[in-house]
Ligand binder design. Structure first.
Ligand code: BES
Ligand code: ZN
Length: 642
């Protein structure tokens, strides 16, 4: 039994974030119950049916947001003015309701035709734990612009403020945002729903020596030392993004490049050097890239996701920089969102599969294009296995439908393997039945016909019937489609991805287990990360401590720098009580903030029937928590509080 006392690692040391405490609160529905009325506009019918916003976007719609902000690292706040342009959906609308969360609103001024109408008596509702606070602004019949003077909270869930010690360079502080799903409202007052699209612009003032970036055209510094940004394409609020730090740039080609701290810049540019080919493959399949530049930024390790598809500037975890391009499917994924998600957007989080399932599908098609069917099938197979276990663990069957049930309490509940992998597999099913020669042009047309629109599951199904099914009625039945979208589990019509490479690994693994093959004689030198993951994920239950030790000694698994392999190994080590892995696991938990890994690891430790492990996890979490992103803090608080 190893010493289970935590040792402090430096990467996350000395952070001081006031976190929002976890525990789920019921979603208050006050302002939103009487909102199913339909309003006819010139363009299309707008129904207010996003339950995660207070915004009255069926009456008034924000069209442009301008931010003029000081980025203040001393007080950890964004401070300044949000100017909002809007249009009336209902001509007699006399109120604009915006989402805010933890914002300090200092004043609200209303304007008509460029002239000040005065300071208005706005109201702010009491806070809801999930939704935040509705800001209600009365309008005169002439009001067409609103200036809100405000500042964010140091504990805003959408912003992580890192001290210099928490960065690799150690000299300068760092700030990055994460607006999806409900955190744009912790950055600025706005209509925080994917049903509304707006253009935006921003002027930022940052301390000397720091570079600010946004999900927009990157601004040059003006004579006042301010940076100016423009996002001329209309985007949903969750794609608003900012990063500020000692950030350097390296070009990959004339319109694709990488931003990162110095320590990882060259490695990242090399790791992601095939991004131009991914863009070509995407464009070939689904039409032009419509956003101008495509850059990536490698964030500090506390970034809680693998990637985030902020337009023109994908945010990425440094754990992707594995040295062998084995994890670049995440880049393919975030890039693919430039079509599925950013161009054609889910109108509510209950339709999250329209973003994530479509994107996972496109990601896999692009991986196939670049690296061949062999790799694409391995990725499908690993994904299918994790979908199966997620479905087996689902709390109720409705959560395994593609269309999420209306009563989920937080959009996080919609971002499970179901949206991603079942979603992608629905499209694999359609592809198989209609054939690529019909399905590919169909999907391209879907993106093109709905560019810069927000859409629902039902919009997609109607389009599918009208544009593909009607002329090919024998390819699929409505019942088969409905089973995917509105039914539980994995339908019998799903693909069963079979990887030859994995079958070889399975055979070698069972030879080892039956004693006919020594571990050192396994041909692992030829294994890709995917084969390692398959091998580790499929180790049988009940391995002995000696077998774990043999694996570890032969393959140096504890402490491996490939985060995916490390995660797979530590999950097995926890299940199998292989305590020799704990020093490595501890370092992992102290240095990696990516939710996909650490939520599952903390949950496995917390759910362990060994009290020493539960206590060990609590000790580790107490030390690591201040370094985690506020989103990760909320999620792990929930896990650790049962
Ligand atoms: N948009 C998501 C990340 C996200 C989802 C942020 C929900 C906030 C709420 C992003 O595109 C994503 O899916 N990232 C994955 C990548 C993977 C599936 C290839 C991740 O972070 O692991
Ligand atoms: Zn995604």
């Amino acid at each position: 039994m190893t010493n289970l006392k935590p040792v402090i690692f430096t990467l996350f040391a000395a952070a001081a974030l006031t976190a929002c405490q976890g525990a789920d609160a019921p979603v208050k529905d006050s302002a939103k119950t009487a909102t199913t009325d339909k309003t006819q506009t010139a363009e299309r019918i707008i129904t207010k049916d996003d339950k995660f916003t207070y915004a009255n976007y069926d009456e008034v719609r924000v069209t442009h947001l301008d931010l003029n902000l000081d980025v203040n690292f001393d007080s950890k706040v964004l401070d300044g003015i949000a100017t909002i342009d809007f249009e009336r959906v209902k001509p007699d609308a006399d109120m604009l309701v915006l989402d805010t969360k933890d914002l300090l609103i200092k004043s609200v001024r209303i304007f008509a035709d460029g002239q000040a109408e005065g300071v208005t008596d706005y109201t702010i509702d009491t806070a809801d734990k999930v939704l935040g606070e509705a800001l209600r602004i009365p309008l005169t019949d002439k009001t067409d612009q609103i200036l809100i003077s405000y500042r964010t909270s140091p504990s805003a869930e959408g912003l992580q403020w890192l001290s210099p010690e928490q960065t690799a360079g150690k000299k300068h502080p760092y700030l990055f945002s994460q607006a999806q799903a409900l955190n744009a409202r912790t950055m600025a007052p706005l209509q925080d729903t994917p049903a509304v699209r707006m253009t935006y612009s921003a002027t930022l003032r940052v301390p000397d020596g720091l570079l600010p970036l946004m999900s927009a055209s990157q601004g040059a510094k003006n004579e006042n030392g301010e940076y100016r940004f423009e996002m001329p394409q209309p985007i949903p609020s969750y794609l608003l993004a900012i990063a500020v730090g000692d950030i350097k740039f390296k070009a990959i080609n004339d319109h694709i490049g990488v931003y990162a701290e110095d320590y990882i810049l060259d490695d990242a540019a090399e790791e992601f050097s095939e991004t131009p080919k991914m863009e070509e493959a995407n464009t070939e399949l689904y039409g032009p890239y419509r956003w101008g530049r495509y850059d990536m930024i490698v964030l500090p390790p506390s970034f809680p996701f693998g990637g985030m598809e902020n337009p023109r500037l994908s945010f990425l975890t440094p754990t992707l920089v594995a040295g062998d391009k084995s994890l670049t499917n995440v880049v393919a994924h975030e890039l693919a969102h430039s079509w599925s998600g950013n161009l054609v957007t889910n109108a509510s989080w209950l339709d999250a599969w329209l973003n994530e399932g479509f994107t996972s599908y496109v990601e896999n098609r692009v991986m196939e294009e670049l690296y061949g069917e062999h790799r694409a099938v391995m990725e499908q197979s690993l994904d299918m296995a994790s979908l199966k276990s997620a479905i087996a663990e689902a709390k109720r069957p409705e959560l395994t439908h593609l269309k999420m049930p209306k009563d989920i309490e937080h959009p996080d509940d919609a971002f499970t393997s179901v949206s991603y992998i079942k979603g992608a597999n629905f499209l694999f099913f359609l592809e198989d039945r209609f054939g690529r020669e019909k399905f590919d042009p169909f999907l391209k047309a879907w993106f093109n016909d709905h560019a810069f629109e927000s859409v629902t599951t039902e919009d997609f199904l109607a389009y599918l019937h009208e544009n593909l099914h009607k002329d090919n009625p024998d390819a699929v039945t409505r019942a088969e489609i409905d089973a995917w979208v509105y039914g539980p589990g994995i339908p019998p019509t799903a693909r069963d991805p079979k990887s030859d490479a994995f079958e070889k690994v399975a055979a070698q693994s069972s030879d080892w287990l039956s004693g006919t093959l020594a571990l050192k004689d396994m041909p692992t030198a030829d294994w890709s990360t995917h084969e390692w993951l398959y091998f580790l994920n499929n180790l049988p239950e009940g391995l002995t401590e000696a077998q774990f030790a043999e694996l570890d000694e032969t393959f140096d698994l504890t402490g491996t720098q490939n985060a995916e392999i490390a995660f797979a190994w530590y999950m097995q080590a926890i299940k199998g009580n292989y305590d020799e892995a704990y020093p490595g696991l501890e370092e992992f938990l102290m240095t990696v903030g990516r939710g996909k890994f650490i939520y599952r690891l903390y949950a496995a430790l917390h759910d362990s029937d060994r009290e020493d492990l539960q206590l060990w996890a609590q000790d580790i979490y107490e030390i690591a928590r201040p370094g985690y992103h506020p989103i990760a803090q909320r999620r792990i608080d929930d896990i650790m509080n049962g």
